[in-house]
Design a protein around this ligand. Structure first.
Ligand code: ACO
Length: 432
């Protein structure tokens, strides 16, 4: 059995499968944080059986050295660094560098990466014309996915992007241009002229400038607000094998280029059960506020599973205790609202919902806690980001994670195309 350098066989456990009296020993793989998996890669060849795991809740799809999560303990680490430390001390660009290249950047490396980001921040003039083709009310996530895919057309050397020298440039190109595209899609949607990026501004401030500056009038943003948005990007930067990242890896496994793989990730992120949840939280809070229903009445509806309604921003496939990102974001939320002197009734409602749900047997039993999306929308709203752009912000934040996973897959030992199997439940043979 092939093993990644960071994982080893656990010799303390023996696992075998007993089928009709025949014994099939199975290898155990242990990660650096002592997570253990049964290696079933030879199962079908040896036994003619496959495993069935709807929604992949119990499937390890790969070995990865990028992000570690312990859902029971509420731990999230990028390349070994706790999310709390990165959110407090690092910038989004340092965090992105860490995820993509494996180590925090030294000063010189950071300068070099910043230069690459600056060099790559403009989009081709012909691409700017593409914005004219979208209707004014086009969903920004649709524009984002299309435009990121379109980048391939303007990048003739993308096919060799897995070479070292080109990879750093490609990574910077995607990170920098997604921000320019995102801001341009917003400006287009409100009928305002598209702002050019500015080389004298750092990553997040530059994004806010492109979003909000008026012609000849620079939108000077408070450093604490810039920091809050930077922190949101850090908190979203990676989350191991989630739906969109698995999609990026799936597409990358066919040896598709980085841009196309990431464009597929953006589409996966759009769904309301994934990155779209931050938008849904605000819609849910607004509807609840307007309905005049009490929090308890609303929660009772959810518990009765009325027309599939869920408490958006609650629950997580992996976190079964608390989402560490939600805790950081809740704190940032109060800071931002205080700084901007905003009294948001949605925040008060969110706090009441959280407190009530956390003492309710339904949510306790199912280990449902607020996730990162529960409070992030309230900060973004306070900063002036429109609801339709929330998931786009998530995509900007997740970009370094997608890039890192694409790279990890493409440079792994013996990369194979992802191709799950199935149990067929349709008609048996019939004739025309
Ligand atoms: N509100 C009410 N009930 C819920 C919720 C919720 N938010 N989440 C799960 N449940 C219930 C389910 O109805 C189910 O109940 P049952 O056992 O009586 O059938 C049980 O909890 C388990 O739910 P699953 O759907 O099996 O959990 P899963 O791990 O598949 O789903 C998910 C995780 C998609 C995040 C889910 O909790 C959810 O829909 N949450 C709301 C959407 C959301 O906030 N998504 C953002 C996730 S974080 C991110 O992507 C950044």
């Amino acid at each position: 059995m092939k093993q990644a350098s960071q994982s080893k066989k656990n010799t303390n456990k023996n696992i075998s499968l007993l089928i009709d009296g025949a014994v099939y020993p199975l290898d155990i793989v242990t990660g650096t944080e002592q997570e253990v998996a049964i290696d079933i890669s030879r199962l079908r060849a040896d036994t003619n059986l496959i495993t069935l795991d709807d929604g992949y809740g119990n499937t390890g799809s790969c070995k990865s050295a990028i992000t570690f999560i312990d859902g029971e303990k509420g731990i999230l680490r990028y390349r070994g660094y706790p999310i709390e430390e990165l959110a407090k001390h690092a910038t989004f660009i340092e965090t992105a560098y860490l995820l993509i290249f494996g180590e925090l950047p030294k000063e010189e490396q950071l300068l070099q990466f910043r230069k690459l980001l600056n060099d790559q921040q403009f989009i081709h003039e012909d691409m700017r014309h593409h914005f004219e083709g979208f209707p004014a009310n086009a969903p920004p996530m649709a524009i984002l996915a299309s435009m990121v895919n379109t980048l391939c057309c303007f990048q003739p050397d993308f096919l060799s992007a897995d070479e070292d020298t080109l990879f750093a440039e490609d990574a910077a190109r995607l990170m920098s241009k997604i921000r320019t595209i995102a801001a341009a899609s917003y400006r287009k949607s409100v009928g305002s002229p598209i702002n050019y990026p500015r080389s004298d501004l750092r990553y997040t401030e530059n994004f806010l400038h492109m979003m909000f500056s008026l012609p000849h009038q620079f939108s000077d943003t408070d450093p604490e607000i810039v920091k809050a948005l930077d922190q949101i990007l850090i908190l979203h930067a990676d989350h191991e094998q989630n739906c969109s990242t698995s999609t990026v890896r799936m597409v990358a496994s066919s040896q598709a280029n980085l841009y196309t793989s990431v464009a597929a990730g953006i589409s996966a992120l759009w769904g309301p059960l994934h990155g779209g949840a931050n938008t849904e939280v605000i819609k849910m809070l607004t509807a609840l506020l307007e309905s005049g229903d009490s929090v308890q009445t609303f929660l009772d509806k959810i518990k009765r599973k009325e027309s599939g309604v869920r408490l958006m921003g609650f629950g997580h496939r992996v976190y079964k205790n608390f989402d560490p990102r939600a805790q950081i974001i809740k704190e940032a939320c109060s800071t931002v609202l205080q700084k901007l002197n905003i009294q948001d009734p949605l925040l008060e409602l969110a706090i009441e919902l959280e407190e009530t749900a956390l003492t309710d047997e339904y949510f306790i039993e199912r280990k449902l806690y607020p996730n990162v999306d529960f409070y992030s929308g309230i900060i973004l709203r306070a900063i002036g980001i429109p609801t339709e752009m929330f998931t786009v912000i998530f995509a900007i934040g997740r970009m370094p994670g997608w890039i890192a996973h694409w790279r990890e897959l493409r440079t792994s030992e013996n990369p194979r195309i992802y191709r799950p199997r199935q149990i067929y439940t349709g008609e048996t043979l019939r004739h025309y």
